[in-house]
Ligand binder design. Structure first.
Ligand SMILES: N[C@@H](CCC(=O)N[C@@H](CS)C(=O)NCC(=O)O)C(=O)O
Length: 213
């Protein structure tokens, strides 16, 4: 059975968990105690992921990391959610790259510092990150004003990638998406209504933590 190494706070792992559910694949989570430093352990890195990151997917002999690469692999394996034409496939890749570089990364870092950092986050750094979050979100907001889903008329792995961090409680980031970005909020509601949708804290293992700052 497919194994997903994950922990419930990881939106990057959630992207893969949601895809596995959407594709109807049998899978089981393997809990990684990220908050206790498991992924910084040199032995974990040697055996699981030299990049030191979650998620890690195991499918038989294959071990794969990077949510974007995993999503592409699963779409290819199942023939689902990966786009129909070459043009759609390129569009999907384009949005996954934008997501990894700008949309997820600034938001996830901002949320991590606000909610899970041991030390109170530096105000200047937080202001910088928030500016980057808002400008990446503005780009997706404009796109979703004219499109129901990220690529084409139906959900694809691009949607699973971009929505990875958007179902966590508001107080973890403090950024009110429905107030600033109504089209992103409406798209998020469309994804939440899909039959295979599940809450990240319900479908991945680990203890739910209260935001620290
Ligand atoms: N681009 C990677 C990002 C993965 C990532 O940053 N994962 C976090 C947990 S959600 C992590 O393991 N961070 C460890 C670190 O940054 O050192 C992906 O999409 O898989």
């Amino acid at each position: 059975m497919i194994k997903l190494h994950c922990f419930c706070q990881s939106g990057n792992a959630y992207k893969v968990a949601l895809a596995l559910r959407a594709m109807g694949l049998e899978w089981e989570p393997v809990f990684v105690d990220f908050m206790a430093g498991a992924t910084r352990d040199p032995e974990w890195r040697d055996n699981s992921n030299i990049m030191g990151e979650i998620p890690v997917l195991e499918d038989g002999e294959l071990k794969l990391t990077q949510s974007g690469a995993i999503l592409l692999y699963l779409a290819e394996k199942t023939g689902q959610f990966g786009g129909e034409t070459a043009q759609e496939k390129h569009e999907i890749l384009r949005w996954i790259l934008f997501d990894n570089h700008k949309f997820t990364s600034y938001f996830a870092t901002y949320r991590f510092l606000k909610s899970f950092s041991e030390k109170e986050p530096d105000a200047t750094i937080m202001a910088f990150l928030k500016g980057r979050v808002m400008s990446a979100f503005k780009i997706v907001e404009k796109h979703l004003a004219e499109n129901e889903f990220i690529v084409g008329a139906h959900p694809t792995i691009a949607d699973f990638s971009l929505c990875g961090y958007l179902f966590y409680p508001l107080d973890e980031s403090g950024i009110e998406i429905s107030q600033h970005f109504p089209h992103i909020a409406a798209w998020r509601a469309r994804i939440r209504a899909l039959p295979y949708w599940g809450d990240p804290y319900s479908i991945m293992p680990g203890e739910v933590l209260l935001p620290k700052w």
